[in-house]
Design a protein. Structure first.
Length: 105
């Protein structure tokens, strides 16, 4: 579910070029899943809010109002349930990288 939500966002928040890269690796006792895209990007202010339920990026830049703003809050809930963390790196107009880190049992 985590990957489906992140890949769906990568697709829908991209402009003409629909591209996403999925990487998986182990680092410091964690399994890391990374989804990167060349989408619209997320401002620093929005990165603080997008994991909250019902928050949507500025509608003029997003998917013209589709969705309810729940996808990333679901991602956060699942990651939290596995005692993991989410890192978001982004630059407006250049894309985003979501890094999910789950501790290895």
């Amino acid at each position: 579910m985590v990957l489906l939500n992140l890949l769906d966002n990568a697709y829908h928040y991209s402009d003409k070029v629909k591209s996403a890269v999925l990487s998986a690796y182990q680092e410091n006792g964690h399994i890391c899943l990374e989804v990167s895209d060349k989408g619209i990007g997320i401002s620093a202010d929005q990165r603080k809010k997008i994991l909250k339920p019902f928050y949507q990026v500025d509608q003029t830049l997003s998917r013209k109002g589709s969705g309810f703003g729940l996808g990333l809050s679901i991602v956060k809930s699942i990651v939290d349930a596995h005692h993991g963390s989410i890192e978001i790196e982004s630059e407006l107009g250049k894309g985003s990288v979501f890094i999910i880190k789950i501790p290895v049992s």
